[in-house]
Design a protein around this ligand. Structure first.
Ligand code: GLA
Length: 510
């Protein structure tokens, strides 16, 4: 009798919990990966001739797994225990490779293209950045823990690759923290890291050993936004230093450069980025260049030309903690639709609406707290970013990801939209009041579509084939749930929660 009443209480509690999570929208839709191997992530990877090559095959499945890459071009080799492909390619060329991953439960195969040429970042960057959780407290230990977490959480198995230090690794004149005080540069003019980063080379080696890549940050001005040493007049020597240290990614943040630009002409906005673009092009190491100047002078018009692989399209999405939700709609939806930003991105060069602000973040008052975005807004951010072909850089605490947050970052069918090799940016195809439909053409001829509800109450959102200029019977698949919804003609409608989204893919019925 006693155990029956305990069971009853448990059932009631579980039902209440389920009702509560459903009401709040904190519902996990992403199916859990099975024990059998599955290969994920980008299907194409760019490298320049002579640059060190590192790409790790992202795959889920029970370990141990055996990795193979069939038809790997000369110069590259694979570690069959961990899927890391390393080496370098001497000549330009495009290579078709087959990845194969095997474990006790089965085998997975996937076609992959390696393109050795002038262009890197053929799909949007995926990774983690320290800023929105650790801001000016970042340390070497935090970065190592982040690399560990990228692997242990399984994010690396889904294609997350870059572990990027933001501001605050260099010295800071006038700081109260003794670890940050010291000469900004050594006697040879080489930039110094501060006492929180005693061994940069060791740090990147640690990150690389996990098959991941390392990112660093500096400013074209003499100081960074947080007042640390910047690269003004030391651009080439700083790049040399970053390469000696082993970095693969550079965020170049305007900051104090504003005081050195002569005027507000386009030429002055472009100048520091042209300089950095030239320097990086000459190196025998591929460094992804992320321009961070908040969208000034319509950077999307010239970001690619100056050598940028991505450019921030607006100010800091999380600059005001309480307004992240508002910023998401303003700097995501509105800016991209009004300026038709899809026209500017493509393989090698991406619009960057800033980081994924999910999980735990700094509230800029000395605490790390859960994101203010509602669960629906979190689905909305990830869905929109994938439709925009935006870099997917998490900036919440990667070492404390709950199951819900992790589920938002590990849905392969959703991530495939972002990483599609065609590299088209999505755009708004219809807007009816608060209801918006966004669509992205995919390489296989299908369409990825987001049905968004920016309003405060549940509403029915409709997608009409006419708006996509397509005809006939289309198979519709719900990407978050990974479920086929049926075959539709002319239109598809679904109820969407307030500030929420339904994300689907449309394939012509053959
Ligand atoms: C600027 C950038 C942010 C971050 C900070 C660091 O605000 O836009 O992304 O890098 O600087 O100080």
């Amino acid at each position: 009798m006693k155990s029956r009443s305990i069971l009853f209480i448990l059932v009631v509690l579980m039902a209440t919990f389920q009702a509560f999570t459903q009401e709040s929208g904190r519902v996990i839709l992403t199916p859990k990966p099975g024990p059998e191997p599955r290969i994920h992530g980008a299907r194409i990877f760019g490298v320049r001739p002579g640059s060190p090559f590192l790409f790790t095959i992202p795959a889920t499945g029970t370990r141990p797994m055996k990795y193979e890459a069939v038809d790997l071009p000369a110069g590259l080799s694979i570690n069959s225990d961990n899927g890391q492909i390393t080496g370098s390619l001497a000549k330009k060329g495009a290579y078709r490779v087959t990845f194969r991953v095997t474990n006790a439960y089965g085998k997975a195969e996937r076609d992959f293209r390696i393109v050795c040429g002038d262009t890197i970042a053929l799909t949007p960057h995926m990774g983690w950045n320290s800023w929105y959780v650790w801001e000016n407290h970042v340390t070497e230990k935090i970065m190592k823990d982040a690399a560990d977490a990228m692997v242990s959480t399984g994010l690396a198995d889904h294609g997350f690759m870059y572990v990027n230090i933001d501001d605050c690794w260099a010295m800071k004149a006038g700081s109260k923290d003794s670890l940050l005080i010291g000469p900004g540069r050594d006697s040879l003019g080489r930039i110094n890291s501060n006492g929180r980063f005693p061994d940069m080379k060791g740090l990147t080696a640690y990150i690389h050993a996990k098959g991941l890549k390392a990112g660093i940050y500096t400013s074209p001005g003499p100081t960074t936004c947080a007042g640390h040493t910047g690269s003004y007049m030391h651009e080439a020597s700083d790049v040399k230093r970053f390469i000696e240290w082993g970095f693969d990614f550079l965020k170049y943040d305007w900051c104090s450069y504003g005081n050195y630009a002569k005027d507000t002409t386009l030429a002055e906005y472009e100048k520091p980025y042209i300089l950095m673009g030239h320097i990086l092009k000459k190196q025998r190491r591929d460094i992804v260049l992320n321009l961070c100047q908040y969208g000034m002078a319509d950077v999307w018009n010239w970001g690619r030309e100056v050598g940028g692989n991505s450019w921030r399209t607006a100010g800091d999405l999380g600059g005001s903690f309480d307004d992240i939700g508002k910023a998401l709609f303003r700097d995501g939806f509105d800016l991209y639709a009004q300026r038709n930003l899809q026209r500017y991105c493509g393989p090698g060069a991406w619009n960057d609406p800033d980081y994924l602000l999910i999980g735990n973040l700094s509230n800029w008052k000395g605490q790390i707290v859960p994101t203010p975005l509602t669960p629906d807004e979190q689905y909305t951010q990830v869905s929109l970013w994938c439709l925009l072909a935006a870099p997917l850089i998490l900036s919440g605490d990667i070492t404390r990801l709950d199951e819900f947050t992790l589920s938002l970052l590990t849905n392969n069918e959703v991530l495939d939209v972002d990483q599609d090799p065609l590299g088209k940016g999505g755009y708004r195809i219809s807007k009816t009041g608060d209801l918006e439909v966004w669509a992205k053409p995919m390489e296989d001829g299908s369409w990825a579509v987001g049905l968004f509800n920016r309003g405060e109450t549940r509403a029915n959102v409709s997608l009409h084939w006419n708006d996509l200029k397509i005809k006939g019977r289309q198979k519709v698949r719900d990407l978050w749930r990974q479920k086929d919804l049926g075959v539709f003609e002319q239109s598809f409608s679904s109820e969407v929660r307030p500030h929420g989204v339904i994300m689907v893919r449309l394939c012509k019925e053959l």
